[in-house]
Design a protein around this ligand. Structure first.
Ligand SMILES: [Zn+2]
Length: 139
């Protein structure tokens, strides 16, 4: 699984290794640093238990909101909830999504015509064309 978020127009992600705990916050010592004034210095931590991922709120002052299929769950200080794949965590004003680490592979519609893993930028790493209109390659 990966955590993916967009800050200052830049999409970034963090690979979640099984069996580890990743702290999320504004502090530079966090595994996932979200440099935004609405995020607490140590806001939360995400960890795997079995095949599920959980978020725990470490911030005494700021909640974490889990958004999933239009529903929201408020996670208060010290509480933890399971995060489903595709679930989004709202820390301050920053949204962090839990996603499958398996990259979507498509055949590039541009000059290179190669099957490529779609990067977060959405552009072909070979020829730079936008991959949004490419057919999904399932092989
Ligand atoms: Zn290409």
């Amino acid at each position: 699984m990966i955590l993916e978020w967009t800050l200052d127009g830049q999409t970034q992600n963090h690979w979640l290794s099984p069996g580890t705990t990743a702290t999320i916050g504004r502090g530079a010592d966090c595994a996932v640093t979200l440099a935004h004034p609405t995020v607490s210095r140590r806001h939360g931590e995400i960890f795997a238990q079995g095949s599920s991922f959980y978020i725990r709120n470490l911030s005494p002052t700021n909640p974490i909101i889990l958004e999933y299929y239009g529903g929201t769950t408020r996670v208060g200080h010290g509480q933890q909830v399971a995060v489903p794949v595709g679930g989004r965590l709202l820390l301050g004003e920053v949204r962090v999504e839990l996603r499958e680490a398996v990259a979507l592979r498509v055949r590039c519609p541009g000059p290179c015509g190669k099957v490529v893993a779609v990067p977060a930028s959405g552009f072909c790493p070979n020829c730079g064309i936008a991959l949004a209109t490419a057919e999904t390659f399932t092989g």
